[in-house]
Design a protein around this ligand. Structure first.
Ligand SMILES: Nc1ncnc2c1ncn2[C@@H]1O[C@H](COP(=O)(O)OP(=O)(O)OP(=O)(O)O)[C@@H](O)[C@H]1O
Ligand SMILES: [Mg+2]
Length: 331
């Protein structure tokens, strides 16, 4: 089965192009997968993007940061790893690499999330720093983080720490509202963490907490701050242009569901002032629950699933930017 997918992925590029991609990969790329709500496909997305990248020849480590609700291993068809992040955070294990557990898929390993005693909400600053330090040091081409639901500062910080932040949402009002709440919280957090903007933090808070009305919205208010303090305005503009989260609409059934991504992109630009990259959609497909039930990875065990094409196109949308980035670094 794996060969089928591998061949399909190779169809996108020639083999030499594919190999040069791998060698052009000078440093690793961290992708985080988050979203405001539970059950919107974060683990499914993390697992299957990881599998796509691994099948393309990249060395991938998939990390379950859904502390307290870790289940990424199920989507990857792996057993529960014997050691988890809890063991590292409680110093039972001193070497982070000991947590890396192979999966049935070549090039793909997993680090399992902590047990119930470590929720994301009460992960201490020192723990977060410890994990981040290890992530940057890891020997891998790609590190993917399954963040779990919620908008705690820790979740937002892991989302921001990644090279790419990917959100999944369902095409239904409650999920969409939660996604806006999540993305607004991430953006707010990003501006709040910028030391140079400390003096205008209270104004940024007002802007980001303001209601959207006919006359005003967070984007307009942030622009007003930029105009009033032109030097800080340049910093704000740089922060905004550096913030391009990726959006995936999951469980689409109709064209109208697919089009929601374009509306969300428009709304983020208009009312919050930042660009959203609508990276793609994943169709609703009963194979997903079958794969979860059987504890088998979707991409390798269900080759007729329409999600294979969906994931292929998402990965190939996410990768070119990354190659350009590396080529820039090399040049
Ligand atoms: N594209 C899809 N088609 C059909 N069912 C899906 C699809 N995506 C997800 N599901 C269903 O939704 C469930 C939840 O998906 P997943 O575990 O990836 O969500 P999650 O966002 O990680 O949830 P949590 O916040 O609880 O960790 C899956 O077990 C599956 O049953
Ligand atoms: Mg999950």
């Amino acid at each position: 089965m794996t060969t089928i997918i591998k061949d399909r992925l190779k169809e996108f590029t020639t083999e030499s192009d594919w190999k040069s991609r791998v060698s052009a990969q000078k440093s690793k790329e961290i992708w985080s997968i988050g979203g405001g709500k539970g059950g919107v496909g974060k683990s499914l997305t993390t697992a299957n993007l990881s599998i796509c990248l691994a099948l393309m020849g990249y060395k991938v480590v998939s990390i379950d940061l859904d502390l307290g609700g870790a289940n990424l291993h199920t989507c990857l068809g792996a057993n529960i790893p014997a050691l988890t992040l809890s063991d590292f955070l409680t110093k039972k294990v001193s070497n982070f690499d000991d947590l890396i557990t192979p999966t049935p898929i070549d090039n793909l390993s997993i680090i399992s999330g902590a047990h119930d005693d470590f929720g994301m909400a009460n992960l201490k600053q020192v723990h977060k720093a410890k994990i981040l330090h290890q992530l940057y040091e890891m020997d891998a081409d790609f590190v993917l983080l399954d963040l779990g639901a919620g908008t705690t500062y820790n979740t937002l910080d892991f989302f921001l720490a990644a090279d790419k932040g990917i959100m999944t949402t369902l095409p239904e009002p409650t999920s969409i509202e939660n996604t806006y709440r999540f993305i607004k919280s991430v953006f707010h957090r990003k501006l709040s963490l910028c030391d140079q903007l400390l003096d205008v933090n209270h104004l940024i808070d007002q802007a980001m907490n303001s209601k959207i009305t006919g006359e005003s919205n967070p984007s307009k208010m942030i622009n007003e701050i930029s105009n009033k303090y032109p030097e800080l305005g340049e910093i704000i503009k740089a922060e905004i242009s550096d913030f391009i989260p990726n959006l995936i609409i999951n469980q689409t059934r109709t064209q109208a569901d697919i089009d929601i991504g374009f509306s969300m992109k428009f709304i983020c630009q208009k009312y919050f002032g930042f660009s959203l990259d609508y990276t793609g959609y994943l169709e609703h497909d009963p194979s997903v629950w079958q794969s979860v039930k059987k504890r088998k990875p979707l991409l390798t065990e269900f080759p007729n699933s329409p999600l294979i094409h969906n994931f292929e196109s998402i990965v190939h949308k996410l990768i070119p930017n990354q190659i350009e980035k590396n080529q820039e670094k090399v040049g």
